[in-house]
Design a protein around this ligand. Structure first.
Ligand SMILES: NC(=O)c1ccc[n+]([C@@H]2O[C@H](COP(=O)([O-])OP(=O)(O)OC[C@H]3O[C@@H](n4cnc5c(N)ncnc54)[C@H](O)[C@@H]3O)[C@@H](O)[C@H]2O)c1
Length: 383
């Protein structure tokens, strides 16, 4: 068995996503399982180089996980021929410049979403990577969640008949930061720093809708800032300039209509932090992060509207749980494995910078729809 070391420059690993999901739950988890075995028997051994702005934080992180390489000098890491892949989980506003440098240095690139802060920049990155001939990918983790994989399985089985509509409910209460610390970084609530729930969540909704139900043809959104003042990591008040809730309607190829609420100003009265209800002519399902429940037309009760009578049964109990039937690994790790196979085995991979640009496009058009108070068409894009 041959072992091939793959050196991955990981930028933004001191952040929430970079640290937990990408470094620990993906790359270190891959090492724990002995690397990634390719079809020809070669084992890929990922070797992270932690990249960031603060040397002490990187040193501490490297020490904690027994890693040997870290650097605050991105240019030097990219200039090093031993670096194979550049990964970016920095704040969104810092991503484009770093990805451009990495592509210019001939590295394969993999990045968190959104891939850039504007559609023009995101499409530009996709073209740049294509012209440079490097492999590229953008995180689309929700597709690999157990709940959505079960939903996808139902779609493939023809369970729904014709899909009519999708109702998505995403969100939870993000504390303002005064009397209880906020559980998300403050840059998310400042437009100038790349924040806003539309920019954050519409890229996810684009690929979820596109892959499962059909390309988004038009968007109508209302983006609002419900809470105009918040308190940052140092306890200082700041103006929350970015939208913290968005109410969107999306028309899809194939005729289904999706309606998704995204909010950091909602208290959860749901089973999971995101849920999608899909209604079709033959059946319906509600999928969350992990679970999926269904109701077939043959088991659909016949509710009769009568507010004078109390409801004597539980509507929720009339749904059936979709079984796991397989082991679901962490979604971020699954996508990392597919990306590494794409780079080293030329395996199929469609979650690339062009797909990432579609997400940014939907966010941009969603914000335009909100600002102009109208429905906006979403043109198909090509490189
Ligand atoms: N896929 C997902 O589900 C998901 C979820 C949350 C966030 N994200 C994306 O991941 C990225 C990081 O988000 P996060 O929540 O981990 O953020 P975070 O604030 O926790 O981490 C940001 C990282 O970027 C670094 N950084 C570089 N330049 C910076 C600057 N000028 N100011 C502040 N930090 C800077 C920080 O040191 C840190 O390592 C964002 O692009 C976000 O959209 C994706």
């Amino acid at each position: 068995m041959t072992r091939k070391t793959v050196r991955i420059a990981m930028n933004g690993v001191t952040g929430r996503m970079g640290h937990r999901q990408h470094l620990v739950r993906s790359i270190l988890a891959l090492r724990e399982q002995g690397g990634l075995e390719l079809a020809d028997g070669t084992r890929l051994w990922p070797e992270p180089v932690l990249v960031g702005r603060r040397e002490p934080a990187l040193r501490e992180l490297a020490g904690r996980y027994g890693l040997e390489r870290w650097s605050t000098d991105l240019d030097a890491v990219l200039a090093d021929p031993a670096t194979d892949i550049y990964f970016d989980a920095q704040v969104t506003s810092a991503r484009e410049e770093a990805l451009r440098k990495a592509v210019a240095a001939g590295k394969h690139v993999y990045a968190e979403k959104p891939s850039a802060t504007s559609f023009e920049a995101a499409l530009g990155l996709a073209r740049l990577a294509r012209d440079a001939g490097v492999k590229h990918g953008v995180v689309q983790d929700k597709l690999f969640l157990p709940g959505l994989r079960k939903l996808s399985r139902l779609i493939d089985s023809g369970f729904f008949g014709q899909i009519l509509s999708v109702r998505g409910e995403f969100g939870y209460w993000v504390f303002e930061g005064d009397w209880q610390e906020a559980q998300r970084p403050s840059w998310n609530y400042r437009t100038a720093d790349g924040g806003g729930i539309v920019v954050d969540m519409f890229p996810h909704w684009e690929y979820v809708l596109h892959e499962l139900f059909g390309r988004v043809r038009s968007v109508q959104a209302l983006a609002v800032t419900h809470i105009p003042q918040r308190w940052d990591e140092r306890g200082k008040p700041y103006d929350a300039t970015a939208d913290d809730a968005a109410y969107g309607i999306f028309e899809l190829d194939g005729g289904a209509v999706a309606q998704i609420n995204s909010s950091w100003t909602v208290r959860v009265h749901r089973d999971e932090l995101v849920e999608f209800q899909v209604d079709g002519t033959h059946g319906s399902a509600v999928a969350g992060l992990r679970t999926c429940r269904l109701q077939h037309r043959s088991g659909t009760p016949k509710p009769v509207w009568n507010p004078d009578l109390p409801v004597t049964h539980s509507f929720r109990d009339q749904w059936q749980e979709v079984p796991d039937n397989e082991e679901f690994d962490n979604g971020f790790k699954t996508q990392w494995e597919l990306f590494l196979r794409h780079v080293y085995e030329d395996g199929p991979y469609r979650w690339d910078l062009l797909a990432g640009a579609r997400g940014v496009q939907l966010a941009e058009l969603g914000l335009r729809s909100s600002a102009e108070g109208r429905r906006v068409d979403v043109p198909e894009i090509a490189l």
